[in-house]
Design a protein around this ligand. Sequence first.
Ligand SMILES: [Zn+2]
Length: 732
Amino acid sequence: WAWLVLAANCFVWPHIAYRIARGSPDPYRAELHNLMCDSACGGAWVAAIGFNIVPSAVLVAMLAMDKAAVGGLRFLARCLIAQVGYAAVMAFITGLPLHLHSGVVAVLASLPLLLAYPVTVGYTAYRLARRVRQQNDVLAALSHMDGLTRLPNRTHWEQAVASEFARCRRIGHSSAVVMMDIDHFKSVNDQHGHQAGDAALRAVAAILRDTLRLSDLPGRYGGEEFGVVLPGIDIAGASAIAERIRKRSPRITTTARGSRAPTARSTRRRPRGATARWDTISARPRPESFARVSLTPIDADARLADSSSAIFPGEETMSLKERRRFVAGMGALFAGGLLSTAARAAMGPEDKFDLVVKGGELLDPSQNLRGKRDIGMRFGRIEAVEADIPAARALRVLDASGRLVLPGLIDIHSHVYPYGSAIGIPADELVQFQGTTTMVSAGDAGANNFAAFRRYIQAQTRTRLYAFVHIANIGLSGFPEPELYHLGFAHPEECGKTVAENADIAIGVKVRMSENVINQAGIEGGGARVMCHIGGVATPALMGEILNTLRQGDILTHCYSGFPNLAGRFTNIVQDGKLMPEALASKKRGVIFDIGHGGGSFDFTVAEAAMQQGAAPDTISSDIHVFSGNSPGMPYLTWVMSKFMALGFTLEQVVRMATVVPAGLINRLPKLGTLQVGAPADCSVVEIVQGPVEFVDTRNNKRSGKSYIKPVQSVLAGVPFGRPYHAPFSVK
Ligand SMILES: [Zn+2]
């Protein structure tokens, strides 16, 4: 019968304990109690086997390990006391038979527990720690969020207002703050109940999110009041945006039950198939809602002075309900964590993801993940990556079935300064051609025109933009004239200052070494990362010199350029089919080899020879600009990636070179270039189109491939980007 009891202890009791803990109003307490029972039983078994030394020691040690892990030393002490007590009782019942000596059989029988248990406990502890880290990410997001509308709450929003005012005063440009409220909100609440009121608030929040530019910051000021910070805009621009919000708002209709109803132009129109009473709406549809837009210029200093008392009002940052849900989530985490995995992220049962990318095959080299997964996005972050997220848990579903879902693609060499540099192209308009969610301007702006890049381009662009600052103070505005023909344009000090003053977006210095420029000038980058452009360098000796100057972490772009110099000779990293020893040395030193295909900088023969002789690429980039985009090589990022598949790289390798590797070089935003939980909610949905395909380089060499990557759709910060088009398109 002892075996029966033992079997029951091992196989039945854990399930009972799990049930008890789950069913208890206080799962954590209940589980501690269960663990104490465990210890007591352990004590009884030790006595039952006559204190046989090896198995007893193993049993006591293993039981002590998880107690200390769960409840700390004090809890461990209590468990030990229970253990000793039960051992004494059992010893008394069985008449204290002693079998201290452990035979070989007893030792062998103890081994599986000794080996397996610590690994299990260690692994669960690791999973728990990981889960807690994820919860902390969510908590950080929640703590400045209004639970109902998911807009920044008042405290957070007012901090944003304060810092924008400070920025205005420092830079001397104008920004606007729009305050708005819903008219007759009280009557909506009175006539249709608070659920209709809540739905109305959520609907307004959705309008704000949809209508504003990416750099604008809406917030819930309290009650039915909202505020929006509009950086870098004057009063005319602000009233245009406010007017747009006002025009969109009367269209909203919501059902009284708080669920999302289709928006309709006319409140009288019934949705097809709807049986519910449609006249319960009117939550926000009154034409007089936001009826007036009136704007008054305010003096930032005066405004700051009299609102200073209101800046930190000490309001609740989470609603009571939200907090309860969160606490419940944490309780379940601790109780469930060690026994199973059950704990969900801090989502209540009725919470929904803002967007679920559903049915796609994920390919994320950063975590060696490839398989069918759904991605749940909320608050602009990835909150869940699971085999199946039911559509019911999503406010909006993006169907990716039959497609491949990649981390948002990153293009580390592009020219995305339209109107400002001579070759720039708008980053957002490239989304449908190359699926990018992050792009890096490769030296379009220098010290003189970087401020304009920041204010008029980076701040207005939905694509995440970073930049290398050109060492020439005019950037590429003189193109096609090589900006460094006149070395007077090179201002390393000003350039360094610009990088330092824009540390959030400026990731290094761009130097263009072409033709005969910089014979003796050398490369100046100070401490910053240097991106060095090569192609058409005057002599092989100078090329060797340039390569020798690059340090670990610097980027050699156009690394497989086959561009001839002014004399028509080829002075690339491959000379007469041989990789230059300086190139191999720099590769070994940790210089990043970047493609930067462009209109004249990628040669299959150079690439093949270099790769064969040990200089494989690190990052794939387009060098897309208004000229290269029209060249036969079609250097769109996904097309360049496809060329490398034709050269023998796997899909996973080319994705790695356009996501996690460039993200590491940018190194500004945590978890860029990955689909991990907690990462910014960016992804690129693509299709692999089976060939045959013919690829052309910039010297009319042709290679054939079996397939190519076709961008379908991107998601940026949890919002679909590219297609479906946003309406009105111009505002985003
Ligand atoms: Zn370029």
